[in-house]
Design a protein around this ligand. Sequence first.
Ligand code: ATP
Ligand code: MG
Length: 494
Amino acid sequence: MSGGASVSARGWGWRHAGRRAWAVEGLDLEIAAGERVLLLGASGAGKSTLISALAGVLGAADEGEERGTLLVGGTRPQDARGRVGLLLQDPDSQVLLARVGDDVAFGCENLGVPRDEIWRRVGSALDAVGLHLPLSHPTSSLSGGQKQRLALAGVLAMQPGLLLLDEPTANLDPAGVEEVRDAVARVLAHSEATFVVIEHRVAVWRHVVNRVVVLAPGGGVLADGPPEEVLATRGAELAASGVWVPGFPPARPLRAASPHGSAPLLGAPLLRACELAVARVKGVPVASGLTLDVDPGVATVITGPNGAGKSTLALTLAGLVAPEGGALEAGDTLAAGAGSHPIRWKSRELLTRIGTVFQDPEHQFLSSTLRKELAVGPAALRIPQREIDERVDELLARLRLTALAEANPFTLSGGEKRRLSVATALATRPALLVLDEPTFGQDSRTWAELVALLAELLDSGTALVAVTHDADFVDALADREFRMPGAPVPGGAA
Ligand SMILES: Nc1ncnc2c1ncn2[C@@H]1O[C@H](COP(=O)(O)OP(=O)(O)OP(=O)(O)O)[C@@H](O)[C@H]1O
Ligand SMILES: [Mg+2]
């Protein structure tokens, strides 16, 4: 394996085109070859911007303005690309080819690695991430978590001198998080590679790294040093700025009714699923025999391993995917004259009944600014403009997005995109909210704000169904847990 590459930033900064504020400013940072660094900072602090710059993919001069110098192994990142491996936040955009083996081999092929060597590396990289699938297995059938492990394997196979991971486990079930983390740790134990990982949750990586660097929102470094030392001396301050520090849990909302099943029911079920079978592709059920009620004012969390069909169930409950078998019926309150089958509702009928937050936020963005995006639903309901403006302003403020009102949704940071997608679903005030991984990518402060907002909605009678791997979210909000029965899929959490 190649030796580690150093990183050097001197007065470095980047301002994305179209933004007034610098995403990163005045950064001085030296990372020696072989160091293992956990990069922290509030949502929007510039972590992903820095890591993209190091990977040489930040873009040309017309995509932003640069200041100072940034070097990888003594050269400009654009000239060091073969030495840098990058795993991004969104696994879907990184899975490129139809078959597992080809996808993992892709990066090596671009680097001109000899054929025999490529297939040897592909095998050991798949082993390392615990993805025990035939090389011909179709990548399209993988769950989000499996795709994340596949993309990681592709990066590992290139044997980079600088390994950069941007929230690599945010989308995995708890077993998957440990498996990927342990796989990375095993790889690092036999490697001289320099390692930088971004992850809001300190606990996952603290024993794999030997240094923590916290970016300050608005520029510079807030804290820097060995993990235990930084956490012991600066823990409270970092927690207050949004870092998930072990021992400093974020504030939890007080629910009007006591949680965990004892919430008084405000009426008949909004939705009843009885022996429901769900399928993304017609005729190929991913889970069946699912029976649950969705009640007003009650938070139901759907949990279970990667690949169990949680997202498919969520889309089915949301009236966006037709049931494959069994029954799904809306009660009279929710149906309100639109018929008892959500899948037959027109999109305008859905708007006030069921709001959906997709696993991938980008799948729901339609507009060129956040303000316009949030107004789409209310405008379709022909709500007066003045009220639309009020709702939009309130949501922007509640989700800490006001400063980004005129920004393009596709240019947001990972955490900002997630908050916008939640805000969009709330804008039409639906009676039922279906959320797929609502807290993905949040720092501890935006997490607490989001959870508080959802708690208020619950108290006002909104029903909530959330697919989640987030144990803190389950603790804070769940009245009921629906665990997916689904048999583990091939190559799943082994
Ligand atoms: N392509 C882009 N164009 C314009 N602005 C951008 C772009 N990418 C990011 N930004 C902005 O730059 C700032 C820093 O974003 P960045 O993605 O680096 O934050 P982050 O620390 O990774 O946040 P998160 O924890 O939410 O992922 C944010 O204000 C974001 O909206
Ligand atoms: Mg980011």
